[in-house]
Design a protein around this ligand. Structure first.
Ligand SMILES: [Fe+2]
Ligand SMILES: [Fe+2]
Length: 575
């Protein structure tokens, strides 16, 4: 059991002379370096604690032996006791050591003790041979904050740095779990991770035996490195403090969520990943059952949930809240609170970046009934901005995709006949050939189709009529092929069907049906006296055969069909 009523020797000539305040998680410490008539008092304390501090000092040395009063910054828990000190001090050469920025404030106590500025004394003090070095730790948590390193004992008097909030205070930190109380304090009092790391790096350069902070517990050597390492990863600077909350742990968690969102936004680009990561962060704080989304995109309503962010399911809206999707923000807020609460869920709108229109709603469902406090509401409001960016990015991506598909469609489909283009055939063929060569399909068939005497029809009746014939033949092809077959307008009046098949007979049957259908078309005038037919040439690709060669063999059969009187189907018998 630690005895806090007496000074505690923490190293040769160095004592804790603080005062324990009961039921206070924010203990403030004072340290004494016994150094003859040039003894040093570090962070003297306040009038709440000084009486006890004085009592402890007097058990070690007469108070008049203290020459230097180091004030690491100007907070009242460090300096308010100076007012008392000025009355009991009975030596003229005593000095207050601080940074000029703190001195500018401490002088308002109207003291009669002279100041020494650390920065004017080359950041060091020689107290009758005892050397102290001062380490500048700006903005932790005051612009002129610094720490003191005692060269002899290798103790760092770290002021608020490494301080902690703790309910069960002990003079010495027992294990690494002390980090938790440091984290709670630093997240609140230190402005940012970057600023903290800057000073931690300076501190790491010192050979430190022990850290004696002004709050929390003293850290012995073996715990120093692990704690610094963890501190470097702490997201501190709670810039989201609400006006009411004093719930430290909760604010820390909420703040952590916001930093996580920021980081996610910077590192993840993909919508699906963003939504999953965001949902996970929310879940860590709010313990949710599900997060669902409703969104409005290109005049349609969609639903998805956090497990399937890319599966946008089109829905109809008849809900009195969801009907505000795509409507103005002001219209919505006139009728509804920003966040709508049901028993076990909440509904929150996401506005577009110009803040005029509702582009989505997030519905968060909970296992149990949920009450919304001010902090959570503010945080949700903040994170909704991240969702705005995520949604708008996704809208742009989807629009580009739709455009691309449109152009692709144009490039693969012949606008007159709606059959595929030759360009597409060459793309598709690669896949089909690979399938056949891997043995996943038995055979690949090519059927060439050429309209007989098309040139005469074109020359006699003109291009419009010619186009009409091509269109009709194209339609028949589209009707007659099976799903998965590729009907192609190969060029001019020549068509082709690429098909997966077991043998040639199926291709022959399809060709026959097409030939009959074409022959039997009842043409409108001026073609009503014409009988239009087509010739067919079929070949199967051999495994490993160059596609060009298969085409050539089918083309030879087409030529044969033409030679033998047209309106015929010829099949390559070599396969
Ligand atoms: Fe402070
Ligand atoms: Fe402090």
């Amino acid at each position: 059991m630690e005895d806090h009523t007496k000074p505690v020797k923490i190293a040769e000539d160095i004592y804790w002379v603080g005062h324990k305040i009961e039921n206070d998680p924010f203990q403030c410490h004072v340290y004494l370096i016994k150094n003859g008539k040039e003894s040093i008092l570090i962070d003297p304390g306040s009038n709440l604690t000084f009486k006890d501090t004085l009592y402890k000092i007097e058990q070690i040395i007469p108070f008049s032996h203290i020459k230097y009063f180091i004030c690491h910054h100007q907070d009242p828990d460090i300096t308010a006791a100076l007012e008392t000190i000025k009355h009991i001090l009975n030596r003229d050469d005593a000095q207050i050591i601080s940074h000029w920025r703190a001195i500018e404030l401490i002088k308002h106590y109207n003291l009669n003790i002279p100041f020494i500025c650390v920065e004017r004394n080359n950041w060091e003090l020689n107290a009758n041979g005892r050397k102290l070095k001062f380490i500048f730790t700006p903005y932790l948590h005051f612009p002129g904050a610094f720490c003191t390193y005692d060269v002899k004992s290798k103790i760092l008097f770290s002021s608020d740095l490494f301080g902690g909030f703790t309910d069960e205070w002990k003079i010495f930190a027992e294990d690494e779990s002390y980090y938790d109380s440091i984290a709670a304090f630093h997240a609140h009092y230190m402005p940012s991770k970057e600023i903290l790391i800057h000073s931690l790096k300076k501190i790491e350069e010192l050979d430190i035996e022990m850290i004696a902070p002004q709050h929390g517990s003293i850290i012995k050597k073996h715990l120093i490195q692990p704690i610094i390492k963890r501190l470097k990863n702490l997201d501190c600077g709670i810039f989201l403090l609400t006006q009411t909350s004093t719930e430290i742990e909760k604010l820390r968690k909420l703040n952590k969520m916001l930093s996580a969102f920021l980081q996610t936004m910077a590192t993840y680009k993909d919508f699906s990943e963003l939504i999953k990561k965001f949902s996970k962060e929310i879940n860590d704080i709010l313990l949710i059952k599900s997060i669902e989304f409703y969104t409005y995109f290109l005049n349609k309503y969609y639903y998805f949930n956090h497990h399937t962010p890319l599966m946008w399911e089109e829905i109809c809206i008849d809900n009195h809240i969801l009907k505000y999707l795509g409507k103005s923000k002001s219209e919505y807020l006139k009728q509804n609170p920003y966040i709508i609460l049901f028993d076990n869920s909440l509904m929150m709108p996401i506005f577009d970046s110009e803040n005029n229109v509702i582009i989505a709603f997030i519905q968060i469902k909970f296992d149990e009934s949920f009450s919304l406090d001010l902090e959570t509401k503010e945080i949700l409001q903040k994170i909704s901005n991240f969702f705005t960016i995520a949604f708008e990015r996704e809208f742009i991506r989807r629009k580009i995709l739709i455009e691309k598909e449109k152009y692709y469609e144009i490039s693969i489909k012949d606008p007159l006949t709606n059959c595929y283009t030759r360009h597409y055939l060459h793309e598709a063929v690669k896949r089909f050939i690979a399938l056949q060569d891997r043995g996943e399909i038995k055979a690949l068939g090519i059927t060439f189709i050429d309209i007989d005497d098309f040139k005469r029809i074109n020359d006699t009746y003109g291009h419009d009529v010619g186009d009409m014939v091509l269109m009709k033949v194209g339609n028949i092809l589209l009707e007659e092929v099976r799903t998965g077959d590729i009907p192609v307008r190969y060029g001019g009046e020549e068509f082709l069907i690429m098909a997966i098949c077991d043998d040639v007979s199926k291709l022959y049957t399809i060709a026959k049906r097409i030939r009959e259908k074409i022959k039997n078309i009842k043409w409108p005038p001026p073609l009503d006296k014409e009988k239009i037919t087509a010739s067919f040439g079929i070949a199967l690709r051999e495994k490993g055969e160059e596609f060009k060669k298969t085409l050539k063999r089918a083309d030879i059969q087409l030529y044969k069909a033409k030679q033998s009187g047209k309106n015929k189907i010829c099949v390559d018998s070599s396969t």
